[in-house]
Design a protein around this ligand. Sequence first.
Ligand SMILES: Nc1ncnc2c1ncn2[C@@H]1O[C@H](COP(=O)(O)OP(=O)(O)OP(=O)(O)O)[C@@H](O)[C@H]1O
Ligand code: SF4
Ligand SMILES: [Mg+2]
Length: 357
Amino acid sequence: MSSTDPLLDVSGLTKHFPIKGGFPIRRTVGAVQAVDGLDFTVSEGESLGLVGESGCGKSTTGRLVTRLLEPTAGRITYRGQDITHASRKQLAPVRSEIQMIFQDPYASLNPRQTVGKIVSAPMEVNGIEPPGGREARVRELLETVGLNPEHYNRFPHEFSGGQRQRIGVARALALEPKLIVADEPVSALDVSIQAQVVNLLQKLQKELGIAFLFIAHDLAIVRHFSQRVAVMYLGRIVEIADREDLYGNPRHPYTRALLSAVPEVTADDVPARERIRLTGDVPSPVNPPSGCRFRTRCWKATDKCASETPPLVQVAGSRDGHLTACHYPEEPAGTASAVPKARTAPAGPPLPGPQKE
Ligand SMILES: Nc1ncnc2c1ncn2[C@@H]1O[C@H](COP(=O)(O)OP(=O)(O)OP(=O)(O)O)[C@@H](O)[C@H]1O
Ligand code: SF4
Ligand SMILES: [Mg+2]
């Protein structure tokens, strides 16, 4: 790996879950197109936010990257090594460097094990004996995540939700990872606790240089944590950009709609945004719309959107590294027409388009 290579390089990543049916012989009758051709990179020490509505494929992406799932197609390169279909044995050294933090701090900790046992488990599994012993290392890790090292022998139920998530973080740190995939690590927590856990992760990113793939439902949480953000819709990335560009100059209609639900992100130099309320449900990933998958909810959709899949590219008026998948991107910020026009669904049969509030 050269110094300029990204830590993680994902290209064309695809996961289709087969649907079985038929009797008496069960055959594959279709597929859930959960993830469909993702391209993105994560550099050393960087945080990439992955945002999108429920069911758009965020967790599947996280589980593919950590190789808990086998990809249907595409390539995953970690530190220059192709790990797409690496065997268990080949993966062993990589497994310790890529860790995952889960959404539910209740379900992800074994209630019958002490904190000491839970946090030292990765060292045990990998036969790692740190200088000073495992117990000393666990106490050190508990301190790093803001827990009392004296609580080594307590059980998960003796901790609050926020503290349990800290235990999960300590466990993820046990093998000194270079990349943490954090799958909605705070969405199960009280709002008042969320910021504390995000601050902890931010501290780890800065002080330990750990890279993050940070998965979230909405754009508010990742705003303070991720230097770059990718927006997903129905298995695909529709926009990816540096934080400033994505929040200040969103070009994809879907990003614009998501951002309009987060009023405080409007920067001083960007005209106040109207609220765009998307109506209609996200279509099924079993039978996604042709062309642009967002077209059934997009107020700008035309025939071209149904017949041609818009590629994820840099569109006019965007800076390098800011990519958008749309045939008719939103006007760049700072242009006279950047103030959104009235959102109306296209002529023809009524579409479940967005509604202004
Ligand atoms: N093992 C599986 N078998 C079949 N379908 C699956 C499987 N795992 C996920 N899916 C489907 O794949 C799609 C993407 O799911 P995924 O969990 O990745 O979404 P998500 O973005 O993480 O959603 P959420 O925000 O609700 O966590 C969904 O339609 C889901 O039902
Ligand atoms: S390609 Fe068409 S349907 Fe898709 S987001 Fe752009 S305008 Fe809307
Ligand atoms: Mg999920």
